[in-house]
Design a protein around this ligand. Structure first.
Ligand code: UDP
Length: 239
């Protein structure tokens, strides 16, 4: 049977830091990263343009790891640096797999990557390179989920693929509530009203205002990325 063609030309893939650490929950699991980058390479060969926003929670989260012991903003800058460490690792694994990958950072960091600009990102994407976007939005008090939605809007991505360590959006936390049910699809408004833990409120609002659909699924099976690109239902679609 012929493989279905991708339904998107350009997407933004958000990889949480935790998802890159496999079962360990911290650091980097290169087996996981090779699988994920292998799938990204396949998507690029299918003609899909991909921007990747990477989280940093596998190394450092400003509030969780720093609050009470450090100034919030300084702790958040450490989180942004953590995202950039992850970007370099993703870039390296993509390059090993024969995919050109460029690190673009929200704040200027000489020698490590180039500063993000829309034109620069567009240029690389059109050339078939993957852009790996680090540093979130470049400001403390934000998250990489907000960074992902903002970057998706700026590069005119048709959808956000939000790869997590949970397989979709649930009515309650399934680890705590056995009665929790998974949604196949849900509106941005409902996510906000019910305060469901998909993305932070700022990220959900920007996605809603700009009508960018967000697909939430588990990275545990990286093939989910290809399924989502082919328009198959995986996880939960927030629209
Ligand atoms: N961060 C920030 N501004 C941003 C993006 C990230 O201050 O625009 C900091 C913040 O401290 C956050 C950390 O970087 O906790 C890591 O990002 P995030 O928690 O979003 O990573 P993920 O949960 O996706 O691994």
């Amino acid at each position: 049977m012929e493989e279905k063609k991708p339904v998107y030309k350009r997407v933004l893939l958000k990889l949480s830091g935790e998802a890159l650490s496999g079962d360990a929950g911290t650091g980097l699991d290169f087996k996981v990263m090779e699988k994920v980058c292998g799938v990204v390479a396949e998507a690029v060969r299918m003609g899909v343009e991909i921007g990747i926003v990477v989280g940093g929670g596998n190394f450092w989260r400003g509030v969780k790891n720093g609050e009470g012991r450090m100034d919030r903003a300084r702790a958040d800058y450490m989180g942004m640096l953590a995202t950039i460490m992850n970007c370099l690792a993703i870039q390296d694994v993509l390059l090993q797999q024969g995919v050109d990958a460029r690190v673009l950072t929200a704040m200027e960091i000489q020698h490590i990557g180039e500063p993000f600009s829309i034109d620069r990102a567009e240029g690389y994407l059109k050339n078939g390179s993957v852009v790996v976007l680090g540093g979130g939005v470049g400001s403390p008090y934000f998250t990489t989920d907000t960074g992902a939605v903002l970057r998706a809007a700026l590069i005119h991505a048709e959808a956000i693929l939000l790869a997590k360590n949970i397989d979709g959006v649930y009515s309650a936390d399934p680890r705590k509530d056995p009665a929790a049910v998974k949604y196949d699809s849900i509106s941005y408004e409902e996510v906000l009203e019910k305060r469901l833990a998909v993305m932070d409120t700022a990220a959900t609002c920007i996605a809603m205002e700009n009508q960018i659909p967000v697909m939430v699924f588990a990275l545990k099976d990286p093939e989910n990325i290809l399924r989502a690109l082919r328009g198959e239902t995986v996880g939960t679609l927030v629209k």
